[in-house]
Write a protein that binds this ligand. Structure first.
Ligand code: ZN
Length: 281
């Protein structure tokens, strides 16, 4: 009986949180650069160039995409030229299909490959459906690509494997602001998608390389508030601490379950990834 009540309460809460989900709204960073918040799916970004608009990440459903397009129309009549995906998770790419086909879809080479990667459960990717082909990234790059919207340069950087194998950084030099997708979580435990080839040790290297390469001061991400270089450094240090502790416990001969019990419950999946990475590098 108690179980059933909890079950009903869970779905009620889910329904309430869904129906009262905040509408899409833009948060101004500069006259040209905005964070896209609200709606269903991760936070993204919008940049108003001289001759067109670049959108970062697509949200997750049709209503949210319609709201994104409406919000952009309120600040510019320039067309949406590019939609760039920070990585291949559904909350960032599912909405691609609701953007006009005339938009150029951009991602890293690895991210495009991951569009077709089976899900965590092994189910085939929906992006194999022919009707979705026009919304799969058609423009890809390996390490770096510059995009010009008139006189304005935007830098796309791929620094390596981490959260997935395809995460990128979109850097706006004038604003000293970088959009880094899900390469950082501040209030939740970092996700590392091992099933897609993500790796926590590479994640540390990748974020370190980012700090060494670009002089960004603000970092916007999919599920956290804007942070600074110190925030990224703290995140790297936290991950290194976990890795060190897991290594030590493995050295003491402890098994995975015993090691997980030394951490918070919500860290279990990440600890499993770290454990597997150390056991079979
Ligand atoms: Zn996300």
């Amino acid at each position: 009986m108690k179980k059933r009540c909890i079950f009903i309460l869970f779905f009620l809460l889910l329904f309430v949180s869904y129906s009262f989900a905040q509408d899409v709204n833009l948060r101004r960073i500069s006259d040209r650069l905005y964070e896209i918040l609200g709606g269903r799916g991760a936070n993204g970004g919008a940049y108003i160039g001289d001759n067109g608009v670049l959108i970062i990440d697509a949200k997750q459903d049709e209503k949210s995409v319609e709201q994104v397009i409406e919000e952009i129309k309120k600040i510019t009549d320039k067309p949406i030229k590019y939609l760039v995906s920070t990585h291949s998770d559904g909350d960032h790419i599912s909405g691609n299909r609701y953007f006009p086909e005339t938009v150029t879809f951009v991602a890293s080479e690895n991210c495009r490959k991951e569009f077709f990667h089976p899900g965590r459960s092994g189910a085939p990717s929906e992006w194999n459906k022919p009707e979705l082909a026009p919304f799969v990234p058609s423009l890809t790059f390996r390490d770096k690509m510059d995009v010009y919207l008139g006189s304005k340069k935007i830098e796309f950087w791929y620094f390596g494997v981490g959260h997935t194998t395809g995460d990128i950084v979109i850097y706006f030099p004038e604003e000293k602001t970088a959009f880094i997708g899900d390469q950082i979580f501040l209030t939740r435990v970092q996700l590392i998608h091992s099933y897609k080839g993500g790796n926590s040790f590479e994640h540390v290297k990748t974020l370190t390389k980012m700090l060494e390469t670009i002089d960004a001061e603000n970092f916007c991400s999919g599920h956290s508030e804007i942070t600074d270089r110190e925030g990224i450094r703290n995140h790297i240090a936290q991950m290194k601490n976990r890795q060190g502790k897991v290594k030590d416990l493995i050295g003491e001969g402890r098994n995975l379950e015993e090691i997980q019990s030394e951490f918070e419950e919500n860290e279990a999946r990440l600890i499993e990834s770290i454990y597997n990475e150390i056991k079979s590098p």
